[in-house]
Write a protein that binds this ligand. Sequence first.
Ligand SMILES: Nc1ncnc2c1ncn2[C@@H]1O[C@H](COP(=O)(O)OP(=O)(O)OP(=O)(O)O)[C@@H](O)[C@H]1O
Length: 364
Amino acid sequence: MADLKLTDVAKSYGPVDVLKHIDLEIEKGELIVFVGPSGCGKSTLLRMIAGLEKITGGELQIDGQVVNNVPPAQRGIAMVFQSYALYPHMTVRENMSFALKIAGKSKSEIEAAVNRAAKILQLEPYLDRLPKALSGGQRQRVAIGRSIVRDPKVYLFDEPLSNLDAALRVATRIEIAQLKEQMPDSTMIYVTHDQVEAMTLASRIVVLAGGGIAQVGTPLELYERPENTFVAQFIGSPQMNLLGGRIVGTGQQTRVELPEGQGTILSNYPTKESDMGLEVEVGIRPEDMIATDGPDYAYEGEVEIKEALGEVTLLYFKKQKPEHEPVIAKLPGIHTDVRGKRMRMTAEAEKVHLFNNGQSLLYR
Ligand SMILES: Nc1ncnc2c1ncn2[C@@H]1O[C@H](COP(=O)(O)OP(=O)(O)OP(=O)(O)O)[C@@H](O)[C@H]1O
């Protein structure tokens, strides 16, 4: 049975629909990450699951129970926010014990729960310190500790790392991954802006856009088989190149002509005879671009900008029309003297994505 089930869930503020037709099943033990552009409703959806926002349509079930009208405290969930809001005058131990004391738990129960959480989070050396004597990452761990002691069914994280600096973000992200491994049965939902967090932590990612779900899948499914151009360009950095094309050969492999690149390319996306001549968008990730001297190329252009990042070099090709996005190639290693040079690019057929009107030809 799904741990969480959302059926046709909707949210509107007065006449404004923020979310609609959200259908999602989350299994026990999953770590689900919500991503999407700013304002797409990630936090709103999380807050509706928490019970902090009213659901204006549809049904939310937790553990088989409809909880639309159940108050937050009775939903068996715990929420960790980006601002950790610890009580400054209480020690780590007192901060972590507080909710259990309020709930009337016995001293021994509280001690056992706090010790267990402190062990999982490696907070044992800090239990008698005040929050001000802790680093940002340690404070965030105490905030997580306060939810672990309550042994909730579902953990909700709203951008828990966004107040930390880059190095600490990486360290704390790894700690959250380890925390999840130590609590394999806990269900977690995590909102983030950070793609790397989403890709590394998630068992499945939910991409939200335009008030709905653009795709749900494992990180690799979204990366390798995006259902639409939105997900294709949202996942991966720099974003996937999209070039206008026309199908000129069909079958198990499809050949596409690319007027913008003056070449043609093969894709492993299969097509039917009736697709002959179909206008498509051809998606090639920058990291899948291969430089070639051969006659069989997809794109020829002049390198306008070069960014050397050490292990890779980004090449930005000169746009042929102002309304085009620049085509970007991410080549391994260091490339000198490429600015102003004309180069030909291609990609392996298995890395070439095809879309029609924004929808992948794989999912027709
Ligand atoms: N109380 C409110 N009244 C009216 N509109 C609201 C209210 N709260 C949020 N919204 C709107 O709902 C939409 C979704 O907001 P939400 O904070 O969920 O987005 P988000 O995806 O979490 O954004 P971000 O990534 O910027 O944090 C936004 O357009 C926002 O302006």
